[in-house]
Design a protein around this ligand. Sequence first.
Ligand code: GAL
Length: 998
Amino acid sequence: MVIPVPSYVTDYQPGSGPRRAPRSWLHSDAPRLSLNGDWKFRLSPTARVDEAAAAPDFDDRDWDTLPVPSHWVLHGDGKYGQPAYTNVQYPFPIDPPHVPDENPTGDHRRTFTLPDWDVETIVLRFDGVESIFKVWLNGTEVGVGKGSRLATEFDVTGLVRPGENVIMVRVHQWSSMSYLEDQDQWWLPGIFRDVTLLGRPRGGLEDVWLRTAYDHETGSGTVTPELVAHPTAFPVTIEIPELGIGHIYRSIEDLEPIRLPQVEPWSAERPRRYSATVRSTGEQVEVQLGFRTVRIEGERLLVNGHQVIFHGVNRHETHPERGRVFDEDHARADLITMKRHNVNAIRTSHYPPHPRVLELADELGFWVIDECDLETHGFGTLGWQGNPSDDPAWREAYLDRVVRTVERDKNRPSVIIWSLGNESGSGANLAAMAQWIRSRDPERPVHYEGDYTGSYTDVYSRMYPSLVEMASILSDSGEIMGCGPAEAQRVRRLPYLLCEYVHAMGNGPGAIADYEAFLDVSPRYHGGFVWEWRDHGLLTKASDGTPYYGYGGDFGEVVHDGNFVMDGLVLPNDQPSPGLAEVAAVSQPLLFRRDGSTLIIKSRYHSADLAGLRLRGLLEIDGEPAVDTELAVPDLAPGGEVAVELPEKLITADVSGEAWLTVLAELAEPTPWAEAGHVVARGQWPVSARVAPKPIPVRAAESVPATDTVELGPAVFDATSGTLTSLHGVPVAGPRLELFRGPTDNDRSSSRGSYELGAPEETRGEGVKGPSSAERWRRRGLDRLVHRVLAVTASDTGLTTRVRVSAANSGLFVDVDQLWTVTDGELSLRVELTPSQGWDCTWPRVGVRFDLPADCEYADWFGTGPLESYPDSAVAARVGRFGGSVDELNVVYSRPQETGHRAELRDLAIGTGEAVRLRVATLPDQAGHRPGFTLTRHTPQDLDRAEHPYQLPSNDAIYLYVDHAVHGLGSRSCGIDVLPRHALWPGAHTFTLTFPTP
Ligand code: GAL
């Protein structure tokens, strides 16, 4: 018998059966039974499966066991298929609403005992099933649920029976709805959120919405209750004990707002919540209230009368082992990490998260854009032909999704904007969603980036515009993408935000600070949301059992988008990346400026003053603390500016050393997200006049060495190559010119234009389409330089080497002169680099490499740190003394790439404590600039070749790179290239190192 594919798999209906009206996610005392736990499981390769297993007496003893919630592809070691990653591409033919016959279908079956509940109705709730499912209870079909990250409730009152019940849930990986769920993430089928049986009491509260408002002029608050309840539920009491409120309502008609003369408002900075209890005759519900009013006034988005500025991130639900299965501790830890890095906003890209996430946002304090579960990006490939967003057949499905989003999350004070979805083109169905939101919740603005002309949304939102476009949008005239003149005028009247900007893929993003600067250009700009919060790597194993974080292509996918899913500020192992430190530094809520002995503090808080903070002034000389003093905390209203005098002792320093003043704003008391002492903002300035470098006399040696080796002070050289063989008794090879770096994901990308091809930033903004930087570097052979010694000469006090460096089949070269000198027993090296004519690509770096023994594993340095920094990601770097092991100095990006550069090195000791084995110091040039360093186990060529960290060779050496300059990072993997001012163009370089006695 041929079993047909069930019609619900490919119809347009948003679901079927006794689906209940969407309602708020509530904490109720009504009885509930969690159906999470072990279920019997059977996977079929298609949707053509008979329904015999739905029968209560079906024998499922030979089925496997699978936990619920889960994604079956993340269990069974490949037995149930594999996860698959695509960004825009649909992993099936674009033939809507059809899907292939190859449609993994998972049957989940279990029994449960109905508790002895005295209730009116019984409801079966699913909080998230990907992609669609059909449910049977005791052999009878219940209905079909769709909308992967949305809740479905079925009324099963007539189907449950006392005692044991049998439930079967059939989940199909692909369905018509997959066309609406083309988000850039893993495809992970399964019942991945909770399944619960709910007893609905007589006289219960079907839905509760306590809409709150705050009047910032009077300080008063309002609670406007909206209830869905049967008349027998009344009287209903609403209590807010902290405010002494106890209101009794006799009927629905009687639901008057509660007016409160004085309340404390809720904001992301002061997430003040009040517990409210709503009690009917049959049920009690707890709601955490936050008083706030969202309003757009002119071009500004205000909460409680004050403009909101987003220092936000895009947050997907992702966990390296659980996928999208919620783990509250993990989610809380992530939100705490956000708070600790000055992130104040979350866009729930690109679907509503587990409802607890929004409660955590209420509790810890974030502005949230809550986004509907919708993306049809793959239709872009077809020029948006057939896009569901403008096809009436899909209208009901679109509306169903937005209703379920808003109804579920409407009580959350953190949610201040509703978003229709992501990258779904444009069309009438999106406009209809917006219209519905306006009728249901007129207070919260509607967001959708794809509405380029602002025809149905309330805020103007863009992703990844260039800086030139930013300037144009924020000016009063000029073209705006996708807009005619009238439309450009319209969007210029709306609050402007970046729902996505700077792409945190691999090492990067660069230029965060350049975007931040637009906050000073126009109040219309409300900041943005970095793409994205964390890498989506899934923990897997190499063939030899080595664990690693997999990305697209690691699971045998037919089509995939590689490591584009590893684009977060947090690495898969939860480690914050240096990019996150840069976000924290750029986003700090207080900005410090110094003008002589005056410190000017500018507050960027929305609603917090400085209570709860303490200010510290720190004077360090040569990186050692000299003065550490508490400064008086001035009164400073949110958004205000104040000047304070710095104590004399902080700004006068002994000029014989290098003195830096640091001002720190720290938490004075612990908060729910950080300990007392946590630094929220910092400013740093040099105090001493710059000391002019003491020139080192360099004497060019003239005679050819007569022996095989040359000794010069603490150094021994090979006379033929003129390179070191040992230094202070440590075997050392080098120096050797290096111009290459392990290309970053941004270096490898050609997805956007490049400035390298000669486009001036000012005129083009986007650069010119062309090959990636890595490609250009390879064409010029930077990854495979070869060396030819032109001359080695020596004297008693010096050794001079000239080397020509170039690549196979290239006429371009760099001449490198190394002038070694011993003066008063101290060894110095001057490196002079002279490129040939004709170089036409940037250089990733310009410096020299020293090969050290493998136990040179620890560095202490005076320079910038603590983390790596690059020309366009250096706000977080500060001058000081830092230390770390070689493994701590380098970031394990999921795809190996450049890491570990620390600019402006003064002095570096390699080895630990007593056992310092080598020291390298630098001299500043006339401009005060010094080289930076990288200490690593891997060469750029090693990094370039490996796809995953476990593929890196275990070298028997440590490499020290001393780079006079490095190329910026940019954000070209999805955004702008390294700006011309942060690019490293070929040129002559001279720098000087000394090698003090360890
Ligand atoms: C955006 C998209 C995101 C993500 C990002 C690149 O266009 O909205 O979901 O794909 O690009 O990582």
